[in-house]
Design a protein around this ligand. Structure first.
Ligand code: IPM
Ligand code: MN
Length: 353
């Protein structure tokens, strides 16, 4: 199969984790005789340096003509004082919006051999396997924002339409049907009007999926339940802001934010990116965990319908974790491996299986 992939190296640890990920994709390509073309495009800090904007038109044009976008992470404290719309993160939001990638899927999966890494009691972690469906192109992230009264008053508007809720609701219900048929809507409908609309719309949709058990949790309670009874969750559906917060929270269960991948799908080119940020302190040190980015690439293979390929890649990742070929975030210093060692181990596994 031929596929055109737009690759954004990103900021901080981005280029290092992307290098390992591409090496792995090349080994998959070779083994299964695919042809992937990798089109490097700029976004985030590197785009600010070259074009003065975090998401150039050229990048969006190329991305919109490709089969998938693989990106690492955006953000650099160097640009913290830049105005709204001009920081690396704004580039990411612009890309998500322009690809209409409204449905962000973040699987959380517990690896037995990493139980010592989690601050949560082992017995609570067995069987943790849930997926957050985070709305990605609406809500408070994209509402009108600004300052009034000489900057002394700030506002961020949160709006959601029925259509925005229904279209991600559809994906979440389908995912629930293919798993254990449990869907939890997380909102704050005791306070927020947008949340009341979410509940109304999802409740109504639930009638079309009678086999799906629908639960509702306020976000504050959900944060507590995810820590207290994490194995009870299957599909969590929530808005942009709550999904952002709950995904970092959930990463604590499994030991490191560096492990979490995501895919973002909608009407345009799908985006595959790890959940973590750019970890600027580790930039260039070859210590960052590449697994979140590598597993994002595995979600891309699944999207391409390359199921055998995806299965082998996941098997290789599981094998590396099981055998302690892991980066510093997951084990204490002398035993840890570098970013490229983890990548090379996975490449070797793929070549030999
Ligand atoms: C994420 C990140 C982004 C977000 C930032 C970098 C804008 O935290 O993907 O979770 O808030 O969506
Ligand atoms: Mn986040």
């Amino acid at each position: 199969m031929k596929k055109k992939i737009s690759v954004i190296d990103g900021d901080g640890i981005g280029p290092e984790i992307m290098e390992s990920t591409i090496k792995i994709l090349k080994s998959i390509e070779k083994k299964y005789q695919h042809h992937f073309s990798y089109h490097r495009v700029l976004g985030g800090g590197m785009a600010i340096e070259k074009f003065g904007v975090p998401m150039p038109e050229e990048t969006m044009n190329i991305c919109s003509k490709s089969d998938a976008i693989l990106l690492s992470c955006f953000g650099d404290p160097k640009y913290d004082h830049f105005p709204i719309g001009m920081r690396p993160e704004d580039g990411l939001l612009k890309l998500r919006k322009s690809m209409k990638a409204y449905c962000n899927i973040r699987p959380i999966f517990f690896y037995n051999t990493l139980s010592n890494q989690s601050p949560i009691k082992k017995e609570l972690l067995n069987g943790v396997n849930f997926v957050i469906y985070r709305e990605l192109t609406g809500g408070i992230y994209f509402g009108k924002k600004g300052r009034i009264k000489n900057g002394d008053i700030a506002y961020d508007h949160c709006t959601y339409s029925k259509k925005e809720i229904e279209r991600i609701g559809y994906h979440a219900f389908h995912a629930a049907m293919n798993r254990t048929k449990k869907l939890t809507l997380v909102d704050k409908s005791n306070v927020l009007e947008t949340s009341r609309l979410w509940r109304e719309v999802i409740c109504k949709m639930g009638k079309d999926y009678p086999e799906v058990t629908l639960n509702f949790l306020y976000v504050d309670n959900a944060a507590m339940q995810i820590i207290l009874t994490p194995s009870k969750f299957d599909i969590i559906l929530t808005d942009n802001m709550f999904g952002d917060i709950l995904s970092d929270l959930s990463s604590v269960l499994i030991g490191s934010l560096g492990l979490l991948p995501s895919s973002s799908i909608g009407y345009g080119t799908p985006i595959f990116e790890p959940v973590h940020g750019s970890y600027p302190q580790a930039k260039g040190k070859n210590i960052a965990n590449p697994i979140g980015c590598i597993l994002s690439a595995s979600m891309m293979l699944e999207y391409f319908g390359m199921y055998k390929e995806q299965k082998l890649l996941i098997e290789a990742v599981n094998h590396s974790i099981k055998h302690g070929i892991i980066t510093k975030d997951l084990c204490s210093c002398p035993l840890s491996r570098t970013t490229s060692e983890v990548g090379n181990y996975i490449v070797t596994y793929i070549n030999n299986h």
